[in-house]
Design a protein around this ligand. Structure first.
Ligand code: CLF
Ligand code: SF4
Length: 507
């Protein structure tokens, strides 16, 4: 393959990828080269996802394997929400789109190619797009996602293009399991089936992973959790990819609605519940592997912060008419402002955490609660209860507030009125939480939440999420210790509210 022009600047210095580099941690927890790579990548750093956005360009239509959870009418489900169709672009159109988004959204720092097929089954289009972006928007980080089948042959090209972040979808390391997920792959000019196909795919994936790690490229592994097929096996997958140097593991729930027309959708294969997903992620996190929990299974033409979708603002038709003004200095000035804001948030939460850890009651050491947060981004509690389309879920304990997932909900407030049915589903979705943090909430939902045993908290409006949660927990632990309130163990809370029973992980 003839490759387009390269930016030949040297690659950022040989990162020592180790399990101690926490995806939700800050600069103090990892070596400077790794921090430099993850600090403004919203997928590789949980903390960064509050502040920075990514975009995808759908330049890669073809695929070379078949997954049972994919219908080719839609985007690649390895890193996209199933059932979504993206507007396909040429590399030239993609480049214009990236510049248009970069002009409008200065916190957009990462360009990913994640479909609609496989990035490396379309190498000319993928790398031509990267070459154009490197030349025209050099501050944007490049990222790609692949099923891994052709990865080893492109590792040197990936390194030459200074792509610092690669995602490989790995659902198995045992061909007997893989054969239940992949009906065929296209390899060496013919279709291969069954365990033979699964063995070739797995060997290519692990080889590619090792080669990327050798070159200091951060690798995220995505796995789709398919109950009864690979759910238990993913613990082994986690062990293997960790051993081979992956930086982050993202276990995503299978979404298998019959209307998507996938094999699993049509044969009734269910996805995991939120509780099953979290249990598996917790199990894999024992030890030191970094688990990603903030993935939103976004589309192959996603634009914006994770969890928001601004792709409609940047359709081909709209970008043709847009004044595109990519201004590197303006973008850098904006990002410096974001960094100052992040530093202030960090400092505030550190003080609050120190106060919590200074508490001497025995209770504070053993308690933990779940809390739901309504946020529009920037690490702040800044969304009304009625406007939230998702709640971020944190586990709060003496160690601080840790992001553990999100729950999508329908917006409660429709045209100025609250919808009773919607409130009930919101309460079910967050029914295992002790409190919900919002910037504003009406009297009616406040009362209903309180009756359901969920404390509606608006006193930390527009403050830092971390600081607000830790301050709340400090007060909560004191009141439990003083016997003023009774702590409800999470299992009791789930049973009480019926929450999560039959609720799909990402619905
Ligand atoms: Fe895109 Fe993927 Fe890069 Fe992120 S998404 S190619 S690593 S820039 Fe992120 Fe979206 Fe989850 Fe992917 S939230 S689906 S993990
Ligand atoms: Fe579909 Fe992606 Fe699997 Fe290809 S790799 S079959 S596009 S989910």
């Amino acid at each position: 393959m003839e490759l387009p022009m390269l930016n030949t600047a040297p690659q950022g210095g040989g990162c020592e990828v180790s399990g101690s580099c926490g995806s939700s941690k800050g600069p103090a927890d990892m070596d400077p080269a790794t921090w430099e790579k993850v600090k403004n990548h919203p997928c590789y750093s949980e903390e960064a996802h509050h502040h920075y956005a990514r975009m995808h360009v759908a330049v890669a239509p073809a695929c070379n394997i078949q997954c049972h959870y994919c219908n080719r009418k839609y985007d690649c489900a390895n890193e996209s929400r199933p059932g979504v169709v993206s507007e396909k672009l040429t590399p030239e159109q993609a480049s214009r789109k990236v510049l248009a988004v970069a002009s409008e959204i200065p916190q957009m720092t990462v360009l990913g190619i994640a479909g609609p097929g496989d990035a490396l089954a379309n190498p000319e289009k993928t790398f031509r797009t990267f070459a154009m972006i490197q030349r025209e928007a050099p501050d944007i980080k490049l990222c790609l996602s692949t099923n891994g089948l052709r990865l080893p042959e492109f590792v040197d090209t990936i390194a030459a293009y200074r792509v610092d972040h690669v995602t490989i979808t790995i659902n198995h390391v045992d061909p007997r399991v893989g054969a239940q997920i992949y009906p065929w792959i296209f390899w060496d000019n013919k279709r291969r089936h069954g365990e033979e196909a699964a063995a070739i795919l797995s060997a290519q994936q692990q080889k590619g992973l090792g080669m990327l790690v050798e070159r200091g490229i951060l690798v995220k592994v995505n796995s789709v959790m398919i109950p009864g097929v690979n759910d238990r096996h993913l613990v082994e997958v986690n062990r293997v990819v960790k051993g081979n140097g992956a930086f982050l593991h993202n276990i995503m729930p299978l979404i298998s609605s019959p209307e998507h027309g996938t094999h699993y959708g049509l044969t009734g294969q269910r996805g995991p519940t939120a509780r099953e997903l979290k249990a598996l992620q917790d199990q894999c996190e024992e030890g030191e592997m970094n688990m990603m929990r903030h993935c939103r299974q976004c589309r192959a033409d996603a634009v914006g912060l994770l969890g928001e979708d601004r792709s409609d603002e940047f359709t081909l038709e709209k970008i043709e008419r847009m004044q595109v003004n990519y201004d590197l200095e303006k973008r850098q000035a904006y990002q410096q402002m974001v960094e100052a804001q992040r530093a202030a948030l960090f400092a505030g939460q550190e003080n609050e955490l120190a106060a919590l850890q200074a508490m001497t009651t025995e209770m504070a050491g053993t308690l933990s609660i779940l809390a739901a947060v309504a946020t529009k981004g920037e690490g702040l509690i800044n969304e009304h209860f009625g406007h939230a389309r998702e709640f971020q879920i944190y586990e709060v304990s003496r160690d601080g507030a840790k992001f553990v997932g999100h729950r999508r909900v329908d917006m409660y407030c429709q045209g100025g009125h609250g919808e009773e049915d919607t409130l009930e589903t919101v309460i079910r979705a967050i029914g295992d939480c002790t409190a919900v943090f919002v910037s504003r909430i009406g009297e009616c939902p406040k009362g209903e939440l309180t009756r359901a045993g969920i404390d509606p908290v608006d006193r930390f409006a527009h403050e830092s999420i971390q600081k607000g949660l830790i301050a709340y927990f400090r007060d909560y632990a004191s009141r439990v210790a003083a016997g003023e309130i009774q702590h409800l163990a999470r299992g009791d809370a789930e049973i009480r509210s019926g929450a999560l029973v039959g609720t799909k992980a990402s619905e």
